[in-house]
Design a protein around this ligand. Structure first.
Ligand code: 5GP
Length: 124
């Protein structure tokens, strides 16, 4: 069992396959710590996923197990993505699902970046 209470990291999950270049993605940003690409099923005019390059099942796993430089590098990358996409003037929303109640579908930690229209309040 991973530190998250989720199953151990599955090397065949879709984001692991994207990181290995086995599945294409519409890349918007990459550095040593993170890869960002457009969501295949966008829920807003801008819907980008930012994923760490390391193998972490969820936010809980990442925030407990990753070394400080990976945590800092990843969140700096999230900021860089928002800046690069020009989202700061109008704003954006970050969201990370973790575990069953959140409906996390892909068991590789990721942050959603939503923008491009007024996003309403928090949860539907
Ligand atoms: P979760 O529910 O795990 O927080 O979000 C997973 C996200 O990954 C969903 O928004 C889904 O549309 C996206 N997704 C699933 N498979 C693929 C894929 O093969 N490529 C891309 N770009 N996004 C994917």
């Amino acid at each position: 069992m991973a530190v998250t209470g989720l199953p151990p990291y599955d090397e065949t999950n879709v984001f692991a396959r994207i990181l290995r270049g086995e599945i294409p993605c519409k890349k918007v940003y990459e550095d040593a710590y993170a890869l960002a690409f457009h969501d295949i099923n966008p829920q807003a005019p801008v819907h980008v996923l930012v994923i760490p390059k390391g193998a972490y099942v969820s936010s809980a796993d990442f925030l407990q197990a990753a070394p400080d430089h990976e945590v800092a590098g990843f969140f700096r990358a999230v900021g860089a993505v928002a800046r690069q996409l020009g989202l700061e003037a109008k704003g954006y929303r970050l969201l990370a699902n973790m575990g069953p109640d959140s409906n996390q579908e892909v068991p590789h930690f990721h942050v959603h970046v939503f923008a491009g229209r007024p996003l309403g309040r928090m949860l539907p």
